[in-house]
Write a protein that binds this ligand. Structure first.
Ligand code: PLP
Length: 273
């Protein structure tokens, strides 16, 4: 298995990053997860744009998009697999043992792992912790995922595969690794970016392709929505069959099923929409 580090391919076992890399010591880094179908990355341009936005948000130098593209191609070529997840990690690099950055420049790692198609439906739980819709790193895809790790563990304890957060003003926000959609009277709604959610790439495609609207939604909308679904790179569109103690029998409902179909058809057409 090979990954990209220091400008070239390396064996995973041999690859070395400083133990004082700020991605490790203070979570000073950004990342992307890109789906690769048959060795081809999906929506890579959108992922690279978001990587750059996230890096700028942290005050990191812009990643070299040509290098990241070359790295993705090289890693995919070296590790053939039918369905993979590329992980692009870009950090503040080696630095002092504090929050100030060093001057050694950023670290770029592109690695690939195998992944499986997700089930069509899943259970979710809401968690009592909130997303801060006005924080310094809100909306950036940073490597500081500890809050998501804790919430996801809570979901697993309850037999669910995803945990959903509200924000500090009681509105629905997003999951630990997904955006959330609800169907009300036949219309699809998703929280706006101002709720504090990540600008999910699958979310944007669902807004464009399935006509979802961005709407402020109270967290308890989950208790009355006709249908609920999640979107993410590795899920595409995934229907929700249980939210906390509420069952949604028959999931995927008709509107979600249509969104799933649209997504399957259109995402197959173009690898880089
Ligand atoms: N929200 C969070 C916090 C995420 O980590 C992710 C993806 O990993 C998403 C939403 C969904 O984004 P995308 O559709 O770009 O995968």
């Amino acid at each position: 298995m090979k990954l990209w580090l220091d400008g070239g391919l390396q064996e995973v076992e041999a690859a070395r990053v400083s133990v004082f890399d700020h991605g490790l010591t203070v979570g000073d880094g950004v990342f992307e997860t890109v789906k690769a179908v048959g060795g081809r990355p999906f929506a890579l341009t959108r992922h690279l744009d978001r990587l750059t936005r996230s890096a700028r948000g942290l005050g990191l130098p812009d990643p070299d998009q040509d290098e990241v593209r070359r790295a993705c191609t090289a890693v995919l070529g070296a590790n053939p697999m039918p369905l993979g997840r590329l992980r692009i990690t870009y950090t503040g690099g080696h630095g002092p043992l504090g929050s100030d950055r060093g001057d050694q420049g950023p670290t770029l790692v592109v690695a690939l792992g195998e992944t499986a198609r997700r089930p069509d439906t899943t259970a979710v739980v809401t968690v009592p912790w909130t997303r801060n819709e006005r924080g310094a790193v809100t909306g950036l895809k940073t490597t500081s995922y500890a809050e998501n790790v804790v919430a996801l563990a809570r979901a697993h304890e309850h037999g669910a595969s995803e945990a959903l957060f509200g924000n500090t003003v009681g509105q629905l926000c997003e999951g630990t690794g997904s955006n959330v959609f609800v169907v009300l009277d036949g219309e699809i709604h998703t929280p706006p970016l101002a709720s504090g959610c990540l600008a999910g790439i699958t979310r944007a495609l669902a807004v464009e392709w399935a006509g979802a609207r961005e709407t402020d939604l109270p967290l308890d909308v989950l208790q009355r929505a006709d249908e609920v679904f999640l979107t993410s790179t590795l899920r595409d569109v995934q229907a929700v069959h249980r939210v906390d103690d509420r069952d949604l029998p028959g999931a995927p409902g008709p509107v979600t099923a249509k969104a799933m179909r649209i997504f399957e058809e259109r995402a197959g057409d173009d690898q880089d929409p």
